[in-house]
Ligand binder design. Sequence first.
Ligand SMILES: [Zn+2]
Length: 150
Amino acid sequence: MRRILDSYEDFELAFLQKFKLNTYLEDTQSEILHYIRKERGLSSIAIDDLVMQYQAKEFTDNVPRCPRCKSAKIINTDEEFWRTGEQPGFYDEAAALDGLVGKSHYVKKQVCSICDYVLQDLNNQVGFWQRFRRALKEKIKRYVKKRGYE
Ligand SMILES: [Zn+2]
């Protein structure tokens, strides 16, 4: 763990403390806190400052970064796809088919390894067809209104 924490920049430790620390077991929590305070000399005030500073920071390099903490330490995880077919679409149908033949369907989930922010999660995305239908409905409504059919 020491080696991993050593590879974190100060601001990353700040966001780790703010957003992810309480997801660890108590022993691990105090180990991390000890490291942040004693080894890196970051007080809780310094942590708050870093969080405020980096939340407002804009990077102009093209490195993919977490929108919350601006760290580039983003991990891809494979997650079992569970959403059922209430919304037609490729992933639903593929998942339904795989379900039929007893095969699990996995999709990518992108998570920030520093602050746990979820950048992409297909399981929780509004389906394309749902968005399409919603947009179409709006368009028809506006058209009808404009023509005075209502
Ligand atoms: Zn993050």
